[in-house]
Ligand binder design. Structure first.
Ligand SMILES: Nc1ncnc2c1ncn2[C@@H]1O[C@H](COP(=O)(O)OP(=O)(O)OP(=O)(O)O)[C@@H](O)[C@H]1O
Ligand SMILES: [Mg+2]
Length: 312
């Protein structure tokens, strides 16, 4: 089974407004609500690839029920732990007139000690040999920064593969436990290395050294510049595809889904990168928080294959 973990999910509320005026009453032309959070985004894209996932984490409050309904409707197995606190709503203001996107994100609910224990109990019982566990996104405000590290170790002890998409302290703690796959963007990788920016060469070097330490697959995404993929066998560079950018929300998460799918299908390293790049491109060419479809991805695959070269 593929298990995605989203500890601080959110209902993403997107409002389209024609010219926001701060301090005034504004009227939204359209509204949409999407369930979100990095792990859930990964589940959505995998579903569109025809792959089932089990999604877990914490859900509570007024939007717990509509959230669960939506997971159900999408065919994502819902194993979220019910909590006392309120799952957050993140607001995205799309201003068509000024062509701006403004996000207002809530911190998320506090999780009690008992709720964490319940989650860990479920996790230990559920994760089995051969599973792929995706730990993605930030942690709720009061959760210990080493939780991804602990969850990585627990899953590895069971013989499951672990994929991390996180940043800052949670990423640092997770890397100590040597997850099997990671997908930092270049900023997250630079920050991990204590640098402001990284050159292409420095990214290749850093990815290689993480692989040498024991992380089997390191995929570094670089926005429009593309991505770099290092494994024990090779390092490949993917040049960014030219696409009409509709929304970059969830492009990285879509890439994580591609990485997981490629692992499950045992694709070669260059095919894995081609699929990841095509999926990233399809995601940015898709409006809002909607997941890209398999047909979208197929459309970019040939171009993605041509834009891959091996780094010697
Ligand atoms: N402007 C763009 N043009 C073309 N491709 C893009 C663009 N932005 C992103 N991509 C594709 O999506 C991939 C992931 O994007 P990015 O590096 O921004 O991930 P991220 O920062 O982890 O995103 P997030 O966490 O917000 O989902 C890139 O490697 C690239 O293939
Ligand atoms: Mg990301």
């Amino acid at each position: 089974m593929i298990i995605t973990v989203t500890l601080n999910p959110a209902m993403d509320k997107t409002m389209v407004i024609d010219g926001i005026e701060i301090g005034e009453v504004n009227r939204a032309d359209s509204i949409r609500n999407d369930i979100g959070g990095k792990g859930i985004n990964v589940s959505k894209v995998l579903k569109s690839f025809g792959t089932d996932t089990l999604a877990t984490g914490f859900l509570g409050g007024m939007i717990e029920e509509p959230f669960r309904k939506e997971l159900n409707r999408m065919g994502i197995k819902d194993q979220f732990i019910s909590i006392q606190g309120n799952t957050r709503t993140n607001i995205k203001l799309v201003d068509r007139k000024n062509e701006t996107n403004t996000d207002i994100n809530e911190p998320g609910p506090l999780i009690s000690g008992g709720e964490i224990e319940k989650f860990i109990g479920f996790y230990k019982e559920t994760v089995k040999k051969g599973d792929i566990v995706v730990l993605a996104g930030g942690l709720p405000p009061n959760i210990s920064q080493d939780l991804y590290g602990r969850l990585t170790r627990m899953a590895k002890d069971k013989g499951a593969l672990v994929v991390i998409d996180a940043e800052g302290e949670p990423l640092k703690h997770a890397l100590v436990e040597l997850p099997d796959m990671i997908k930092p963007n270049e900023k997250e990788l630079a920050s991990y290395l204590g640098k402001a920016v990284l050159t292409e060469e420095e990214i290749v070097q850093a990815a290689r050294s993480l692989v040498e330490k024991g992380i089997q697959k390191v995929l570094v995404s670089r926005g429009e510049k593309g991505s770099i993929f290092a494994t024990e066998r090779s390092v490949f560079m993917g040049i960014g595809l030219e696409v009409e950018v509709k929304s970059t929300v969830g492009a990285g998460d879509s890439m994580v889904a591609a990485l997981v799918f490629a692992e499950k299908e045992k694709l070669s390293d260059s095919e894995t990168l081609a699929l990841a790049q095509a999926t990233g491109a399809a995601a940015v060419a898709t409006e809002g928080t909607e997941a890209c479809t398999r047909e979208d991805v197929e459309r970019y695959l040939a171009d993605a294959r041509e834009k891959i070269k091996e780094v010697r």
